[in-house]
Design a protein around this ligand. Sequence first.
Ligand code: MF3
Ligand code: CO
Length: 260
Amino acid sequence: MRKKLGSRRIILKAPWEIEKLRAANQIVADILSELRGLVKEGVTTAELDRIAVERINQRGAKPAFKGYHGYPACTCISINEEIVHGIPSDKRFINKGDLVSIDLGVILDGYYGDAAFSCFAGEAPTEHAERLVRVTKEALYSGIRKAKAKNRLGDISCAVQNVAESHGFGVVRKFVGHGVGRALHEPPEVPNFGVRGTGPILKKGMVIAIEPMLTMGSFDVEIMEDGWTAVTADRALAAHFEHTIAITHKGPDILSKGFI
Ligand code: MF3
Ligand code: CO
């Protein structure tokens, strides 16, 4: 999401609510897993979106993004220098070697699921591009490992930033992760940069989406004329991974498990 949640209270979820959130996130994970197999040269981003819509309906869920602040589609599909919020289009064909990021959200029984991944259509064009995608995923998992009761939110942010910057990649500031529950975006904001030992104390029952966006260059962002598509200001490649996770007495529980 775009930074803006402010400091409203973090809503803790009961175990039964975490199971509702898991059900929604499992639908997201299953659909993303299928879409990942369909990212190929010659496919349009609108075709991928239509498949997502069909699967969401089959599972008795509803798309979470469509209509969100006027967003026109069910998925966000962002290619190469596009970071997030790319709008699927019948005119947008995936080319060989493209870095494709797909973000999907659903609502099931009033609870939200939200997750995303990046991959290549065929082989990565360069070793550097391959590393960008690998490190973005690594940064996500490094953040997830810090999502434990009694840690602080800044521990997650700091871990993500450290992985990214130790490999020389930029961390996008303009968009952040977020709480997930009966709304797509709840407090707290989960930045991908920050200072260890700062921010709210993490508690059992918190559910958050951690979603690092890394770039091969600077972290400055521009929004295209469609009002949505966020691209790197220097047009360098960007990658995005996202999991929704619950903080439990046993540590982080990945609710959108299984697709990355
Ligand atoms: N995962 C993204 C986010 O949390 C997706 C939002 S797309 C929108 O911001 F269309 F719903 F805005
Ligand atoms: Co999100």
